[in-house]
Design a protein around this ligand. Structure first.
Ligand code: ADP
Length: 627
């Protein structure tokens, strides 16, 4: 038996490592199963180039838990190692790798993020084991070797009698890590990290019931057999070509990824690039609606089919983190902090590629089947609108597929909308007026008034819409967006005929005085000579102020300190209405006050502003009146 001392400068790096990646101890299993996978794939390669003249067979990796002896075995049928190779790869490579890792990262341990997912390779075994054995037999015609080490630099290396090719790692689980001897714990970890690894992984056995033979007698008892319990799918959908997959295959893979998701995704985007970086994956658009629910099923990041993390911040553009699916790329550096990741050129390219791919797919979907795209619009708009605001590159492409729905469920692109508005929706300056509502119920009377005049009214109800409108107006100097209740419709849109006022200037002045006597200061009173059919009193909320206020509430960064701005309303009174004449001509002051207050309350009611005590008083007063 040979004994020796591993040449590392830190006397005992074992406790250091244990402490360092405390929360990530569980990755030991991923690392060891990955090593077994690598060893198997390497052998396959050597055979294919004629370097190894052995039978490949159907190699698997087996994980076994021996609760009694407090051991975990990880057994592969890969290329194995000779004693010399153990000396070289384990004593030198693995240990110096661990030492280098520690040196580099122990100071940045606080800046965890993705760095915690960076593996320590073989050495991570010592995060859970007090002693590790390797029994390995190379594919070469050399005796098997048995290496033992307790994490200190001392090791033993002796011949072993293993005859089958491959490597068995035996972990003697430490007292503080006994939880890893639970079958459910191990199967949970295998399911998390190794679910899509390319070599079949066996964990335990399954009892399978054989089908009943046709000529079985009445009292036939079904036969059962024990089969290997393979926990992974070695050929997940993203590793295949899109041409090999049907829509159903994509949906099935979605279910495989998220077994607890019962709703089908709306559509998928297959990513596949090998230059200038390597990346594959499938992204899914889930049904989102306008409320962004807390997300638990996130995009998963893999490296060569090994799960790394579901925190893809910095890799996937932020607006797409609401999507689901997988990304697999060996080119994403995992040994850097979040900020380092964002500054990394390759990662920036990956993020841009994903943005472009998503935009292209959306454009194709729109062109291929517009009706279907319109149907899905409400479920995807929040992602797209957010993307337009946050990624200039996406914004530039979005014009081709972003839709503006009307309150009557018609859908226009911005260009189509402009064409439509040219007919009869321009303001005094010749700008196209985009009328929109934020809520069909709350702004019902205003929507109706606009529709009666033959105008199109959009329904824009996303929480971030005011930001987007602002941006669109900046880039399209020929359009202006106004919410239906932001002014009187006749003031918003230029009309050919000017309505003649029934009242003289003196009468108007007198009317204004009477109105202001009873109307709260919060309203500024505007007299307008309008169509006598138009509502006599209308409350409006100026577009600019309202929009600024909304923007500051939805993350405008405390824009102009408008978060605390009071609500501002206009009261537009139609001087041509019969009610205006009645108010003006009434001698009885009490009656005049009644008229004004009742009319104001009615206007408030249609703007959803009458609440609480005021509403109660209004209802009571109205009952009195009809008694
Ligand atoms: P890495 O896998 O990143 O190279 P590790 O510390 O995990 O680093 O392993 C060091 C080396 O030990 C590997 O490069 C490989 O040569 C060898 N090795 C580890 N596990 C196995 C195994 N199961 N079969 C064959 N060789 C192995």
């Amino acid at each position: 038996m040979a004994t020796g001392k591993i040449n590392v400068s830190v006397e005992n790096i074992f406790p250091l490592i244990k402490k360092f990646l405390y929360s990530d101890h569980e990755i030991f299993l991923r690392e060891l199963v990955s090593n077994g996978t690598d060893a198997t794939l390497k052998l396959k390669h050597l055979i294919s180039i004629g370097e190894a003249k052995v039978e490949y067979g159907n190699p698997i990796i087996e994980v076994k838990v021996d609760k009694e002896a407090k051991k975990i075995h990880i057994i592969d049928q890969g290329l194995g190692m000779t004693a010399d190779e153990v000396e070289k790869y384990i004593n030198q490579v693995a240990f110096s790798g661990a030492e280098e890792f520690l040196d580099k990262y122990k100071d940045s341990a606080k800046d965890s993020g993705i760095i915690g997912h960076f593996g320590l390779g073989f050495y991570s075994a010592f995060m859970v084991a007090e002693k590790v054995e390797i029994i390995t037999k190379s594919y070469k015609d050399e005796p098997a070797a048995h290496w033992t080490c307790d994490g200190s630099p001392e090791f033993t290396l002796e011949p072993a009698d293993k005859t089958s090719r491959g490597t068995e790692i035996i972990l003697h689980i430490a007292e503080d890590s006994l939880e890893f001897l639970d079958d459910s714990k191990i199967s949970g970890l295998l399911n998390k990290y190794n679910k899509f690894m390319p070599i079949p992984i066996k964990f335990g056995t399954r009892t399978e019931t054989l089908p009943k033979p046709e000529d079985a007698p009445e009292d036939y008892v079904n036969e059962t057999v024990e089969t290997d319990n393979i926990i992974n799918n070695p050929n997940p959908a993203w590793t295949k070509q899109p041409s090999e997959l049907s829509d159903e295959d994509y949906k099935n893979f979605y279910r495989e990824l998220y077994p607890m998701q019962f709703e089908d995704p709306l559509f998928h985007i297959h990513l596949n690039v090998d230059y200038p970086f390597n990346l594959t994956g499938i992204l899914y658009f889930p049904k989102l609606g306008s409320d962004m629910q807390i997300q638990k099923d996130k995009i998963q990041l893999y490296q060569n089919q090994v799960y790394v993390t579901d925190n893809v911040e910095g890799i996937v553009p932020e607006f797409l983190t609401m999507l689901k699916g997988v990304i697999d790329s060996p080119d994403i550096p995992l040994n850097v902090s979040r900020s380092g990741l964002q500054a990394d050129g390759a990662v920036k390219k990956i993020s841009n590629y994903i943005t472009r791919k998503v935009a292209d797919k959306l454009k194709a979907l729109f062109n291929e089947n517009r009706a279907d795209f319109e149907e899905k619009w409400n479920d995807i708009k929040i992602v797209l609108e957010y993307g337009m605001l946050s990624e200039e590159k996406f914004y530039e492409k979005a014009g081709a597929f972003v839709l503006y729905p009307t309150v009557d469920d018609k859908y226009f692109t911005l260009d189509e909308l402009k064409e439509k508005l040219k007919e009869n929706q321009t303001d005094k300056d010749g700008k196209l007026v985009v009328l929109y509502a934020g809520n069909k119920d709350a702004q019902h009377s205003y929507i109706e008034a606009a529709k009666e005049k033959g105008y199109e009214v959009l329904l824009l109800d996303s929480p971030i819409i005011s930001h987007l409108i602002q941006k669109i107006e900046n880039d399209n100097k020929d359009v202006t967006f106004v919410r239906v209740d932001s002014d009187h419709i006749d003031n918003l849109i230029k009309k050919e005929e000017n309505t003649i006022s029934k009242l003289s200037d003196d009468e108007k002045a007198a009317l204004k005085t009477s109105l202001e006597a009873y109307i709260p200061k919060a309203y500024s009173v505007q007299l307008e000579a309008m169509d006598s059919q138009a509502a006599p009193f209308i409350i409006t909320q100026p577009e600019f102020m309202r929009r600024m206020k909304e923007m500051s509430q939805t993350g405008g960064g405390g824009m102009f300190g408008m978060g605390n701005m009071p609500e501002m309303y206009n009261l537009v009174v139609n001087t041509n209405s019969d009610l205006a004449s009645s108010i003006l001509n009434t001698e009885d002051k009490t009656h005049q006050e009644h008229l004004v207050k009742q009319a104001l309350d009615l206007a408030k009611l249609s703007q959803n502003l009458l609440k609480g005590e005021a509403l109660t008083a209004f209802v009571k007063r109205s009952f009195e009146m009809i008694k």
